[in-house]
Design a protein around this ligand. Structure first.
Ligand code: NIG
Ligand code: FE
Length: 404
């Protein structure tokens, strides 16, 4: 057998099947960009290779952040202070022209270069903490030039950093000011013009919307989902975050890749997600930052066998998060996931939420050689430490990543 590189002297949490699926004293053989062999070192097939001694580190698949709004201009720490010091709610701030609308103003005013520059800085931080794949949503442009700028930034990130990037069109994130009082007209514009144009330009991997009382109704989202289906684009949805709207069942009806947030989802919603094979994406940072009390239905998700992903939701309003690993800790402490479930949530199930499960998310032959060697003694440490830098080495598509 010929291969290019071999990593050995490590323990692998392969995450096959969504469990640690540990291989003690493992070796990983890479040919080109893919895993050619993985197993116990003693069974390593003979073959010429450059070998890398990982010194007993634990290896996991590269982490996948399957829900981010990473491209935007400005920041909203003043709203953080308003919520803290004056008890203002997220919805109240949005109703007074703050919230998403304020980031839309800053983003529309920024150049593509400026947006790329700040997105690169944030993506590098995630990468240093073990991320090798992420999703980037638009949603702060809310018109064709603005959404195009954000999706182009998402596309360029992948060329500039050792990361796989999926670009999601979230034009239905909020109502832009020029459409005030005309939400149906805006949705029609998105369906008939904006989305087809961006899809035609090859900038869209999936379509998302914000189904909430302060954003779009299920009927409006359904119209968008029909337009997405006509363009053969998969859908996903911000559903039941602040109130029960019926978004989860709508997402299930359209076989969405994922339904995200889900704090207000009930048993029937979970059953529908299970039947549709839709991933539940849990976002503990927004829950924490908004000091929510309503917990997502984790026990029901488990009982119905709905795959649970965990993501940062990186955005300037509800989740200024620069570490996906910190989300493991929060998913365990706030939502009651086990460290094993949380790790599956940022690997295998996150890959599924992006439609990438055949090539990403676990250490298996044929998948991309994206993995992280961590300075830890047990995999549960990944959900246990708060902060710090634990990766000893990050490998993307078979090559060691050097952080700049
Ligand atoms: O996922 N829910 C809508 N979008 C974001 C918040 C975006 C913002 O406030 O800028 C979220 O929490
Ligand atoms: Fe979000």
């Amino acid at each position: 057998m010929t291969y290019t590189r071999c990593w050995y002297h490590c323990h692998a949490a392969t995450m096959k099947g969504g469990h640690y699926s540990v291989i003690e004293d493992a070796a990983i053989v890479v040919r080109g960009e893919r895993i050619a062999w993985i197993g116990p070192r003693e069974a390593l097939p003979p073959g010429a290779a450059e070998a890398v001694d990982l010194g007993g580190a634990w290896v996991t698949p590269g982490l996948i952040d399957c829900h981010t709004h990473l491209a935007f201009a400005g920041e909203r720490s003043a709203e953080f202070e308003l919520r803290l010091l004056e008890g203002a709610s997220y919805a109240e701030i949005a109703a007074h022209g703050g919230g998403i609308a304020s980031t839309v103003r800053a983003t529309r005013a920024a150049s593509e270069e400026q947006l790329l520059d700040s997105a690169l800085r944030r993506a590098r931080q995630l990468l240093r903490d073990g991320v090798t794949c992420l999703e980037v949503k638009s949603g702060y442009g809310l018109d064709l030039p603005g959404e195009r700028k954000l999706l182009r930034v998402a596309r360029q990130l992948a060329g500039r950093l050792p990361l796989t990037v999926r670009a999601t069109c979230l034009a239905a994130h909020a109502l832009p000011p020029e459409y005030a009082g005309r939400a149906d007209d805006y949705i029609a514009h998105v369906c008939d013009e904006l989305l087809p144009a961006l899809a035609e330009e090859g900038l869209v991997d999936a379509v998302d919307a914000y189904c909430e009382h302060l954003a779009f109704s299920p009927a409006q989202v359904e119209r968008l989902f029909r337009a997405a289906s006509a363009l053969r684009l998969p859908v996903k949805l911000h559903a039941e975050q602040l109130s029960a709207q019926g978004g989860a069942q709508l997402a299930a009806r359209y076989r969405a890749l994922s339904a995200d947030h889900l704090e207000y989802a009930g048993e029937a919603d979970v059953a529908a997600l299970a039947a549709a094979g839709t991933v539940a994406v849990l976002l503990p940072a927004a829950f924490y930052l908004l000091r929510e009390r309503q917990l997502p239905p984790v026990e029901a998700l488990r009982r119905h066998g709905v795959p649970m992903a965990v993501a940062s939701d990186l955005n300037p309003g509800t989740a200024p998060v620069l570490s996906l690993r910190l989300m493991l800790a929060m998913a365990c402490t706030s939502f009651g996931l086990t460290p094993e479930e949380a790790l599956a949530g940022v690997t295998l199930h996150a890959a599924r939420a992006l439609g990438l499960v055949d090539s990403h998310g676990s250490l298996e032959v044929g998948k991309y050689a994206d993995f992280v060697a961590w300075d830890i003694h047990r995999p549960a440490e990944l959900a246990y430490w708060l902060g710090g830098e634990l990766p000893r080495q990050v490998v993307f598509h078979g090559l060691e990543v050097t952080h700049g």
